[in-house]
Ligand binder design. Structure first.
Ligand SMILES: Cc1ncc(COP(=O)(O)O)c(C=O)c1O
Length: 326
């Protein structure tokens, strides 16, 4: 939908989907279609020609890098998700760090003090406010029931002229999840998510914008924090990931890192659906590397607004029964 052919206002006729009025969480950020396109936006307005990217990230971030022909230096992280890199800053070179699972905000703050041309990927840390002067992007559907959408903070005053996205054909999985359940909509989720590949940079669609304006952000954050703390209290003794998260952090999931390859499969068999972050890391890094180990062994447990403490206890009971010797 191009801004230049905006249809005339209509009155009467049937009613559109009724949504709650409210405000977006980030009213002053640039609202775009996807996080990867937010990265493309930054790369374009800053004119970078080289990027440092972690091996441990999602492959879709390569889309803008390849499209714009940047040189890409992959860097390693340690087993606590901190960068291990000799970054040589230069005028047209940038360094991307991911706030992994939303529990690396302290590391982000440290890097912001010392790293030139830093870009923060907050796709997994929706609630982590941008730091003044540090280009930062967000991906909305990792935290909320929307089909797409992203926010971009940049201290640059440059703006790109872009059209507006339409999400009409990306809703079926969201509707099925409500009308039936998540499993029923899974195939469509995969298809709709894939339709986000290789799109141009667009403004966030009006429907996604409206949906995001109707969310009770405070409540969603409180539930996530409560569920995270509950899981951590009972699982931290088994968790190889030692967080330096603070009570301000609102994580995406509970990253449970454990040296057991069978656990994830067993949880999925019991219909606790946990993703792999990220399958491409198995192609990008050799077995035995930290990144390979993390991708294989992190079990990202759901903690979002859909769940009560009883659900957390249900997950804990299953994990503990799987961990106890038979
Ligand atoms: C860490 C991270 N950054 C960025 C992205 C890209 O987000 P989007 O799909 O909104 O482009 C993803 C996954 O999709 C991700 O996991």
């Amino acid at each position: 939908m191009s801004k230049s052919i905006e249809p005339a206002k209509t009155l009467g006729g049937y009613m559109g989907l009724q949504l709650f009025d409210g405000n977006p969480y980030y009213p002053n950020l640039i609202a775009l279609n996807t996080a990867r396109n937010s990265l493309e936006y930054i790369l374009k307005i800053r004119g970078y020609n080289t990027i440092y990217l972690p091996f441990f990230t999602c492959e879709v971030l390569l889309e803008p890098i390849k499209k714009l022909g940047l040189a890409c230096n992959f860097y390693k992280i340690d087993d606590q998700f901190n960068p291990l890199v000799n970054y040589v800053p230069a005028e047209k070179t940038c360094f991307l760090y991911t706030n992994y699972f939303g529990v690396k905000t302290n590391k982000v703050k440290q890097l912001a003090q010392s790293t030139q041309n830093l870009i923060i990927d907050n796709a997994q840390a929706f609630y982590a406010e941008p730091i003044s002067g540090i280009d930062t992007f967000y991906s909305c559907r990792k935290f909320f029931g929307v089909p797409d959408g992203a926010y971009l903070y940049t201290s640059s005053k440059k703006r790109l002229q872009i059209d507006v996205d339409s999400s009409t054909d990306r809703f079926s999985h969201l509707i099925k999840a409500v009308d039936q359940n998540t499993e029923a909509g899974y195939e469509e989720f995969v298809r709709n998510d894939a339709s986000l590949n290789d799109n141009e940079i667009l403004e966030m669609s009006p429907i996604t914008e409206k949906l995001l304006a109707g969310i009770d952000y405070e409540q969603c954050a409180e539930i996530r924090k409560r569920n995270f703390a509950y899981l951590h209290a009972q699982l931290s003794e088994f968790n190889e990931m030692k967080f330096d998260y603070t009570l301000e952090d609102v994580p995406m999931v509970y990253p449970f890192l454990i040296n057991r390859t069978d656990l994830k499969e067993q949880l999925i068999r019991q219909r606790i659906f946990v993703a792999t972050y990220w399958p491409n890391v198995f192609d990008w890094t050799p077995p035995g590397s930290t990144e390979y180990y993390l991708s294989e062994h992190i079990i990202p447990l759901p903690i979002d607004h859909r769940y009560q403490l009883e659900d957390m206890q249900y997950i804990i009971n299953i994990i503990k029964s799987l961990l106890s010797p038979k």
